[in-house]
Design a protein around this ligand. Structure first.
Ligand SMILES: Nc1ncnc2c1ncn2[C@@H]1O[C@H](COP(=O)(O)OP(=O)(O)OP(=O)(O)O)[C@@H](O)[C@H]1O
Ligand SMILES: [Mg+2]
Length: 212
């Protein structure tokens, strides 16, 4: 067996085995849904499994619509907040309904989930996340800003590099979220920048995508 075939098989095998994990969670969620008290939790588990399946490519991609992807990402992050008992965030969208993104919807969901997750993980009280999309002369601009503490100035210049993190419970796997965001945006010939708000506190992420 050549090396490529072997690594492909490893990937396939991993997906196969993860599917078994998803099956178990789905079955458990169905059992829970029989009890009124656990219906909401059961729905959260089912949505998380669906997201996992989408990430792994079990669910075919559809043409990415920005507003729809942002809604899915908000749902995922709201599920997360409820599950880990984090304060819920208010999401304010200014997104024209017909904006299409290039490529695959699962890529873009990863971008927004990682950006929203960072904001909710850093905020200790209920906060606000704004998502503003607009067409500009060179393409599409998407700005995501929050009213949290802002990005620490010492890590701001290298925040998209892997393993840059202020998370205290470092498992050795932190500091990848923004790197993933940058890789995906770059894949579609775009650019992402990070800054802190000039007025008040909070982080601002700007994604610029050229017209396709
Ligand atoms: N919205 C934000 N507000 C304040 N700081 C932020 C924000 N987003 C990111 N950061 C800072 O940037 C760091 C790197 O973010 P990144 O998503 O790459 O890694 P992480 O969240 O620490 O870990 P991981 O995403 O791998 O779980 C964070 O640890 C945090 O200090
Ligand atoms: Mg992160």
């Amino acid at each position: 067996m050549d090396e490529t075939a072997e690594s492909d098989f490893t990937h396939e095998a991993l997906i196969h085995d993860l599917n078994n994990v998803f099956e178990t969670i789905t079955e458990a969620a169905e059992l829970l849904s029989a009890d009124r008290r656990w219906k909401t939790l059961s729905a959260t588990l089912c949505r998380s499994v669906k997201r996992g399946k989408r990430l792994l490519g079990f669910i075919p991609d559809s043409t990415p619509n920005l507003a729809a992807i942002v809604e899915d990402a908000i749902q995922s992050v709201t599920d997360y907040c409820i599950a880990v008992r984090k304060p819920r965030m208010r999401f304010v969208r200014q997104i024209p309904p017909d904006v299409r993104l290039p490529g695959s919807d699962k890529d873009w969901e990863r971008v927004f989930v990682n950006l929203f997750l960072n904001a909710v993980q850093i905020m200790q009280k209920p906060g606000r996340i704004d998502i503003v999309a607009q067409q500009i002369a060179t393409g599409l601009s998407i700005t995501i800003f929050d009213n949290g503490p802002g990005i620490p100035e010492d890590i701001l210049p290298r925040v998209f590099r892997p393993n840059v993190s202020t998370k205290s419970n470092r498992s050795g796997r932190s500091g990848l979220g923004l790197h993933i965001v940058a890789l995906i945006v770059k894949k579609y010939s775009g650019r992402v920048t990070a800054a802190n708000r000039e007025r008040g506190s909070g982080a601002v992420f700007t994604i610029l995508l050229p017209d396709q």
